[in-house]
Ligand binder design. Structure first.
Ligand SMILES: [Zn+2]
Length: 217
């Protein structure tokens, strides 16, 4: 396969790209919050996270799957329309689940799980995913990088010792986003980045926009 690879490296003219590592977490509907934490419970903000209006709450749940459980799994607020559990592959294996890679909100044909809170528990019949890695970008940065919403790009991380390439990173563009690569804890581990939840780490990243590859693969 021949292709022209064009690397865009952050330099004086290019935006700085940060990496945010998303540890396993859940998004809950208000009715599920009522069941797990009590009627009319409101999630308490622990710390804001980078993307607009999202926050890590003080609330945690326990996840129970066919083969194991995970305690102290953070609830990310605010409440959503549907419950969604985001796991890394190793988390899923520990629980005995094999969830598909999905974009947030695309929950058709995903496995269920049992959620346990301080005041109740609930078996949900779907909603468990491995989050598709993605790059958030402001509209202005997307113009500089030649990217548009929905693009897939390859991103190469250099940690000084090793180079790890993540292929097919979905690009999400919004005026409210800042330029940030979102990886799960397994992906961060593979790239030599410490798995510190949503801590942000500077990284040396090269982008190759998808159009330089053939469309079929
Ligand atoms: Zn994200």
């Amino acid at each position: 396969m021949s292709h022209h690879s064009t690397y865009i490296r952050p330099d004086a003219a290019a935006p700085v790209i940060r990496v945010a590592v998303s540890a396993r977490h859940v998004h809950l509907s208000s009715s599920t919050i009522d069941i797990l934490f009590g009627p009319h419970h409101h999630l308490q903000v622990r710390n804001p996270i980078q993307q607009p209006d999202q926050y890590a709450s003080q609330e945690c749940v326990t996840l129970v799957g066919p083969k194991g459980r995970l305690d102290n799994v953070r609830v990310v607020g605010p409440a959503r329309d549907q419950d969604q559990v985001e796991l890394a592959r190793t988390d899923a294996a520990h629980l005995g689940l094999d969830p598909p890679l999905r974009e947030s909100g695309h929950l058709q044909d995903t496995p269920g799980i049992t959620l346990i809170g301080p005041l109740g528990s609930l078996a949900i019949h779907g909603g468990v995913i491995r989050a598709l890695r993605h790059l958030h970008s402001s509209t202005a940065d997307a113009v500089v990088l030649g990217l548009k919403d929905g693009d897939d790009v390859d991103i190469t991380l250099h940690d000084g010792e090793r180079t790890v390439k993540f292929d097919r990173v979905r690009v999400r563009v919004s005026p409210f986003y800042r330029l940030e690569l979102h990886l799960d804890t397994d992906e961060a581990e593979a790239a030599g980045l410490a798995p510190h939840g949503t801590v942000q780490l500077p990284a040396d990243i090269a982008l190759r926009p998808r159009p330089f590859w053939p469309q079929t693969r």
